[in-house]
Design a protein around this ligand. Structure first.
Ligand code: ZN
Length: 488
């Protein structure tokens, strides 16, 4: 760590016209931190609204805490103890009368680390953001805010300006920087590993891979990593696993195996591991296959705990069975329904779950949004849909944006949620159900909003604080207490 890296950061701040008093405070905290492991480089600080915290208590051998403001929320910069955020995709918790994957694995006796974590760490149920899909929630966790802030409201949307239905996978759609980018720019070494590559592009947005202080890759393309683009080489050897299939539990295992290996070798200050819900789409909590999967996760997460990491675990959404007793998928085809009512005039049903990986859900979830050209048709459709069996709630765009903090320009005129056991489709001929590899399980709605929120430390707030999954890094960085560690 070159000592003058701090000064080049300061010079940059000065050249950006930061006030002298503010600068003095920063200089003080940077100098005080200079002898500690905190200061690992201050280059490239631009773009982060960074504030030092002169009143913050020192912890661990007099190291001064540095507080950064990223996306209008404050985060204490990790200092000495690596912080690992984990998103277990589709990890339905025991809540709302539903069994939970982790809880069932504990009952089966195959998840000893989770068991200790539940007993001596922090165990809460949090909410995810709507729609309860993967990308909106991963971006919420990564930015600390709901979709109205970061702009990602699904995989797919209708762009009114271009009159086109488009994928929302491109980082160009992102309206906020990530916490990872903010921390890296403040000198923190970060590592982000995703299962699928579509998410890697979004989560890695703005990271400077050439600096040596950021690693970001997906398990899906682990064979294609390079130091220049991903900040790391030869991940297959590191994980000691072959390249996993995109439809496999190994895709998630690869995320964890490489995460543990990188933590051991490189010890980044902050890590985010995001798995895929292939398993959860396929089988229910408590099944042998699910228990085996969570037992595998338990081993890797236990290793991170043993390495002394602060470990904060949540999910992007829950998961529900969406089939009848005979295993047939339950689907309300909205485009067909609406056209039966008003004819084929200016109605467009959008299913934001739509993505190139349809084999496990057939583009069927519990959330849809409808664009309706004629304003006079909107209330008619809202009224009729509200009285349709299997439909839980229908909101106008204004109502939905207020309730769920959605970006108004990326949703339609109505927002529709289905019941727990029901999904929403467009027209029967637009869904290839032959690709489903088992009775349909999916998410997207209000019934998949509960997610686990687990930390391997005690926290400094009580159960009365409502939590969203996007509070994960705020809690992990600012609110964990040092005394309790789950490792035996
Ligand atoms: Zn997901």
């Amino acid at each position: 760590m070159p000592r003058d890296s701090g000064n080049s950061g300061l010079a940059k701040l000065e050249s950006e016209g930061i006030g002298s008093r503010q600068l003095e405070r920063r200089r003080n905290s940077m100098m005080r931190c200079d002898n500690s492991i905190c200061l690992s480089g201050w280059d490239g600080i631009a773009g982060v609204n960074q504030v030092s915290s002169p009143t913050a208590p020192s912890h661990e051998g007099g190291v001064v805490t540095i507080t950064l403001t990223i996306n209008e929320r404050q985060y204490q910069r990790p200092c000495g103890v690596p912080v690992v955020g984990v998103c277990i995709d589709g990890s339905q918790p025991e809540a709302d009368g539903q069994p939970g994957y982790i809880e069932e694995a504990i009952k089966a006796g195959v998840a000893p680390f989770f068991e200790r974590l539940m007993k001596s760490g922090t165990r809460r149920i949090a909410k995810c953001v709507m729609p309860s899909f993967t990308n909106p929630n991963n971006l919420s966790i990564a930015t600390g805010h709901p979709p109205a802030y970061h702009g990602i409201a699904g995989n797919y949307f209708y762009d009114r300006d271009c009159d086109e239905e488009v994928m929302m996978n491109d980082p160009g759609f992102l309206r906020a920087g990530t916490i990872f980018r903010g921390l890296q720019q403040a000198g923190t070494k970060v590592c982000v590993i995703t299962a699928k590559d579509k998410l890697r592009l979004l989560l890695g947005d703005g990271l400077d891979m050439s600096s040596g202080s950021a690693i970001c890759f997906s398990a899906e393309r682990a064979d294609q990593v390079s130091a220049k683009e991903h900040g790391i080489e030869d991940v297959l050897a590191l994980a000691k696993m072959p390249l996993p299939d995109v439809y496999s539990t190994e895709l998630s295992e690869f995320v964890l195996a490489s995460g543990v290996a990188i933590m051991r070798r490189e010890r980044p200050d902050l890590m985010y591991l995001s798995t895929t819900d292939y398993l959860q789409h396929k089988v229910a909590p408590g099944s042998d296959e699910a228990n085996e999967f969570y037992s595998m996760m338990d081993r890797y997460l236990g290793e991170l705990d043993e390495m002394g990491c602060v470990l904060a675990i949540t999910a992007d959404h829950g998961m529900s069975a969406k089939h009848d007793t005979k295993g047939r998928p339950q689907i309300a085809y909205l485009q067909s329904l609406v056209e039966d009512w008003i004819g084929e005039r200016g109605v467009r049903v959008i299913l934001p779950i739509t993505d190139p990986y349809v084999a496990h859900h057939g583009a069927l979830g519990s959330f849809a949004t409808i664009h309706i050209e004629n304003a006079s048709d909107r209330l008619t459709i809202k009224d009729k849909l509200s009285r349709t069996p299997g439909i839980m709630k229908v909101y106008t765009s204004e109502e939905a944006c207020n309730l769920f903090q959605l970006p108004a320009d990326r949703i339609g005129d109505l927002v529709v949620f289905s019941d727990r056991d029901m999904t929403l489709g467009t027209r029967a001929d637009r869904h290839d159900l032959s690709q489903l590899n088992g009775p349909l399980r999916s998410h997207g709605g209000l019934t998949e909003q509960s997610v686990p929120f687990l930390v391997n430390r005690a926290v400094d707030f009580g159960p009365e604080r409502p939590l969203y999954n996007y509070d994960l890094f705020e809690v992990a960085l600012n609110h964990t207490l040092d005394e309790t560690v789950v490792a035996e």
